[in-house]
Design a protein around this ligand. Structure first.
Ligand code: IMP
Ligand code: MG
Length: 178
């Protein structure tokens, strides 16, 4: 185990099993609909996206978008688009793929953006959900794991851009950020 990890919250195997479950669920729910376009939010969602798509048996496409909060105006929920989509999503069924929903501001804004771009449907899938931290009203349609209010790293989640490569979700030792 990495020396900065206080404890493992979700193991590699649990993540793999849950991703399979969610992939099969999406396959079932979209089998008679237009295959969805997965829009993954960089950078944290990449490992989850890679695990999930193996288990979606549909003609899906995936795209990336990168957004960041405006410094100083975080409470407004405004975000800056660092990388926009490379294709139109007009009349498409979009599934937003996120690593974690914390305050909910990012997804609230990105969801609105997807509707503005003309998506016919917008759903959300997140590996982790921290409902205690929510400041805006937003709920995912597919949730991997609901977790307590602790700072987690691994499987795409970072602290200062590090630990994204850990194969599990762990709680970061307090001494690493205090
Ligand atoms: P929010 O829901 O707009 O507050 O932002 C969610 C984003 O905050 C995620 O995509 C992560 O990048 C980051 N984040 C929130 N909680 C954690 C955590 O516990 N560990 C690592 N990143 C986190
Ligand atoms: Mg993120």
């Amino acid at each position: 185990m990495n020396k900065d990890v206080a404890r493992i919250l979700i193991s590699e195997e649990e993540i793999r099993n849950k991703s399979k479950e969610l992939g099969m669920l999406i396959t079932e729910e979209y089998k008679d609909k237009k295959a969805p376009i997965l829009v993954a939010l960089l950078t944290g969602s990449v490992p989850f996206l890679a695990e999930l798509i193996k288990h979606i048996d549909l003609d899906i496409e995936y795209e990336f978008m990168d957004v960041s909060s405006y410094e100083g105006t975080e409470s407004t929920g405004d975000i800056k688009i660092l990388k926009d989509l490379d294709r139109s999503i007009r009349n498409e069924n979009v599934i937003l793929v996120e690593d974690i929903i914390d305050t909910g501001r990012t997804l609230k804004t990105v969801t609105r953006l997807m509707w503005e771009k003309g998506a016919s449907d917008v759903k959300i899938i997140t590996l982790l959900d921290k409902p205690e931290r929510r400041t805006v009203e937003i709920e995912a349609d597919y949730i991997g794991f609901t977790i307590p209010n602790e700072f987690v790293i691994g499987f795409g989640l970072d602290f200062d851009q590090k630990y994204r490569n850990l194969p599990y979700i762990g709680v970061l030792k307090e001494e690493c950020y205090k």
